[in-house]
Ligand binder design. Structure first.
Ligand SMILES: C[S@@+](CC[C@H](N)C(=O)[O-])C[C@H]1O[C@@H](n2cnc3c(N)ncnc32)[C@H](O)[C@@H]1O
Length: 306
C-alpha cells in the first residue's frame, strides 16, 4: 500500500488525507474514468451505471480543456467496458473460482461495478481481484479506491515487470484483462506481454483484450481528444486472430465488435475508417486463451461471446 496516501497533520498527531494528485499519472486514464462517470449523458438509455466512477471523478481536479471534448472515444470506452462485464459474467457461470487480474487498471471501478451486477453465486466465484498498473497510478489508486482482502493492489510495468502480479496469483485459473493499454505499446512489447502472461500461468488462463484496427487509429485525430493529448498510438491489429502468431500458447476463442452496440448517430465518425478497413471490425474485444504449457489440453472450452 502506498505511503503517499497519508501524511501527518502538524500539531495534531493525527493522519490527514492528502488531496489526490495526478502528478506522474498518464492522463489517458481519465478518458475511461470520465466516460463511466458521465455514461448517462454520453449514451442515454444505455445499461451502464457507475456510481463509484462518478464519486471518484468528483474527487479529482480534472482539467477538461486538456482532455478535449470529443465524445467518441468515451463512448467507445463504455462499449468495451460493457463487453468486458458481460464476458466476465459469462466466465463466472462456470462453477469454478476465478482470480480476475486487471492489468493497466488505471482508476477502473470494474471490481465494484461487477460485484454490483452479479448474482450471489457468481460473485462468490470471484476468488479475488488483482489490480496492477505503474507505481504512480497505484499510489493514486491506493488513495482513492483502497485495496482489501478481496482486491489486491500491485505494481506492474508491461510487458514483463510482473513479479508482484505473479506473487498475487493463486492456484485458480486467472482471467487477465487488458483494457485500453495495448495501443500504447509497440508490437514487440505486446508480444512480450503475451509471452510474459504465459509464463505467469503455466496451467493456462483466459484473456480479454481490446484491439483497434489500424484504420481507426489512423483517423483517431479527427476528434480533439487525442490531438490535444498528443497521444501516439503504436499497436493496432486488423484481425484479433493474429494474436496467436504473436506468442506461444495463445488461442483465439471469440471476438466482439464494439461499435454496433453504439447508436448509429454516435458512430458516424467510423464511416471512412470502415471503408479503409474493408468492412473489418474497427474495435474489438477479443477473448483469447493461454493453453497449459505442458499441453495437457483438457476439453476445449467454448468462447464466451455469442
Ligand atoms: C487508457 S488508460 C486505461 C485504464 C483502465 N484500463 C481503464 O479502462 O480505465 C491506460 C492505462 O495503462 C497504463 N499503462 C500504460 N503503460 C503501461 C505499462 N507499460 N505497464 C503498465 N501499465 C501501463 C496507464 O498507467 C493507464 O492507467
Amino acid at each position: 500500500m502506498s505511503e503517499t496516501a497519508k501524511a501527518d497533520t502538524p500539531g495534531t498527531g493525527r493522519a490527514a488525507r492528502v488531496a489526490p494528485t495526478l502528478d506522474g499519472v498518464s492522463r489517458t486514464l481519465l478518458i475511461p474514468l470520465l466516460a463511466r462517470a458521465e455514461a448517462q449523458r454520453l449514451w442515454p438509455g444505455s445499461a451502464f451505471d457507475d456510481a463509484a466512477a462518478r464519486a471518484l471523478a468528483a474527487k479529482l481536479a480534472i482539467d477538461r480543456a486538456e482532455l478535449g471534448s470529443d465524445p467518441f472515444p468515451m463512448r467507445l470506452c463504455l462499449s468495451r467496458s460493457l463487453a468486458i462485464e458481460e464476458a466476465l459474467g459469462a466466465f463466472l457461470r462456470e462453477p469454478i473460482e476465478r482470480t480476475l487480474v486487471l492489468l493497466a487498471c488505471g482508476l477502473d471501478t470494474l471490481p465494484v461495478r461487477l460485484d454490483a451486477s452479479l448474482d450471489p453465486a457468481r460473485r462468490a466465484r470471484v476468488r479475488r481481484w488483482v489490480c496492477a498498473d505503474l507505481p504512480p497510478v497505484m499510489a493514486l489508486r491506493d488513495q482513492l479506491l483502497p485495496a482489501s482482502e478481496r482486491i489486491r493492489h500491485v505494481r506492474a510495468a508491461l510487458p514483463d515487470q510482473l513479479d508482484e502480479v505473479a506473487a498475487a496469483l493463486d492456484e485458480t485459473r486467472p482471467v487477465f484483462i487488458l483494457e485500453g493499454v495495448l495501443p500504447y505499446l509497440d508490437a514487440e512489447q505486446v508480444a512480450g506481454c503475451l509471452a510474459a502472461l504465459g509464463r505467469l500461468a503455466p496451467a493456462g488462463a483466459d484473456l480479454l483484450v481490446d484491439g483497434y484496427h489500424p484504420a481507426l487509429l489512423a483517423f483517431s485525430r479527427l476528434g480533439n481528444t487525442f490531438r490535444r493529448m498528443r497521444t501516439r498510438f503504436r499497436f493496432a491489429i486488423a484481425d484479433p486472430r493474429d494474436y496467436v502468431e504473436m506468442a506461444p500458447r495463445i488461442r483465439f476463442r471469440a471476438q466482439r465488435n464494439l461499435l454496433p452496440p453504439l447508436p448509429w448517430h454516435h458512430r458516424k465518425r467510423t464511416l471512412l475508417p470502415s471503408l479503409a478497413a474493408g468492412g473489418k471490425p474497427l474495435a474489438t474485444l477479443a477473448q483469447l486463451e493461454l493453453t497449459p504449457s505442458a499441453d495437457q489440453s483438457f476439453a476445449e472450452p467454448l468462447g464466451v461471446f455469442p
